[in-house]
Design a protein around this ligand. Structure first.
Ligand code: AMP
Length: 380
């Protein structure tokens, strides 16, 4: 029996462990906090990422290691990889941790991105804004997630405020300026690559964000047409270039019928949570199969799914639990503004039934406005 070690003990580790139970796997998570929610039922090592004694204990107790959290320091991942198999490999992790490195790689591979420029001083910010134009977004290169570490510039007048806000982080995490894309849609490809190079992707997913945080996902994306195979081809190109092993997500904007790559997440991804009930094999189980070198499972969708993210606090569960389409996920976390505390997936055989169930749930929760764009797409 194998023990899979997971760096980071949040909801992704928790769902990986749940998906691994039928494979007879054991788990050990490592986290900097004893409160990490996977620790409620997975054994845990608590320690700082740079604590060699904690890393050594973790390495001793597992057969293979993977990540729930992509911002584990690259040096810690490399320290582990010198001792035990680690997937994805630290090099892939390092590229995906850095918005500048990943966008540069996308362009080298012929994958279009929003225009971007590295920023390391107030002067280089001014030069980048002059070249890229406004509106644009200044982001930290590393350690940003869920819209954190971002500043939107509407005009040149915002330059000073942008530098005041993020300039102090320029030396530690680096900065990147990106053109603001007036996208029509946001989509993601969640895909998996095995140790033998086998590649599979789940159907294209459409995503909606609120304040930089994923709010809802729908799969298969409606009316994606030719965009879907193109997006999957991009994901495959990136995975092969990085010799990637495991599940990852490639997030893309759709603008004027073209795809622009925003970022890659080197792990199971929030826009793939629908696969637990909505696909033949979930992203969580396929990630485990990939890192263990087992055959990958089918990624076909089972009907149509919408995933609703619960951010800050959980809504009442009853409307979801009483829906014939509803599947409820409570991560066991305490409520906090901006924190992902759970999700629900509604799954049905056809879009009309799914739309009716989503409508019922949204009105029971008093959240019709929030989910109106998803409903509009389902009824498209
Ligand atoms: P990120 O952390 O880069 O995934 O950004 C979070 C969200 O902010 C994205 O999903 C978009 O909704 C929005 N966003 C980020 N970058 C851009 C951009 N260059 N143009 C337009 N919207 C963006």
């Amino acid at each position: 029996m194998s023990t899979v070690g997971i760096l980071g003990g949040g909801q992704l580790a928790r769902m990986l462990a749940l998906a691994g139970a039928p494979l007879g796997l054991r788990f050990l998570v490592m986290d900097t906090s004893a409160e990490a929610c996977a620790g409620q039922f997975v054994p845990m090592v608590v320690g700082d990422w740079r604590d060699e004694a904690a890393l050594a204990e973790f390495a001793r107790r597992v057969d293979v290691a993977t990540f729930d959290f992509e911002n584990v320091p690259a040096e810690s991942a490399e320290w582990l990889a010198a001792r035990i198999p680690v997937f994805p490999a630290p090099r892939a992790l390092a590229v995906a941790q850095d918005r500048l490195a990943e966008k540069t790689l996308f362009n080298e591979l012929g994958i279009a991105t929003p225009a971007f420029a590295a920023v390391d001083s107030k002067d280089s910010l001014a030069a980048a804004v002059a070249r890229i134009g406004t509106p644009c977004i200044l982001k930290t290169r590393r350690l940003g997630y869920d819209g954190k570490g971002q500043f939107r510039l509407k005009s040149h007048e915002d330059l000073e405020a942008a530098w005041q806000t993020l300039g102090p982080q320029a030396a530690s995490v680096g900065l990147i300026l990106e053109a603001f894309v007036p996208f029509e849609r946001e989509v993601s490809v969640v895909a998996v690559r095995g140790r033998d190079g086998a590649f599979r992707a789940w159907p294209l997913t459409e995503n909606w964000h609120r304040m930089g945080i994923l709010s809802a996902s729908m799969a298969p994306a409606a009316g994606a047409g030719e965009l879907a195979p193109r997006a999957v081809a991009h994901a495959r190109t990136v995975a092969e270039a990085l010799d990637y092993v495991g599940v990852f997500a490639l997030e893309l904007f759709v603008q004027g019928g073209e795809l622009l790559a925003n970022e890659m997440a080197p792990r199971v991804h929030n826009s793939g949570h629908w696969t637990i009930e909505g696909a033949e094999t979930s992203q969580f189980q396929n990630h485990l199969r990939a890192v263990l070198g087992l055959p990958l499972g089918e990624t076909a969708a089972l009907g149509h799914s919408v995933m609703l993210n619960w951010v800050g606090e959980l809504p009442p569960a009853a409307p979801l639990l009483s829906s014939p389409a509803g599947h409820w996920h409570d991560y066991g976390k305490s409520p906090r503004a901006g924190r992902k505390v759970g999700h629900a997936t509604l799954r049905a055989d056809d879009r009309a039934t799914l739309a009716a169930e989503l409508q019922r749930v949204a009105s029971a929760l008093g959240r019709e406005a929030e989910f109106a764009p998803v409903l509009a797409r389902l009824r498209g």
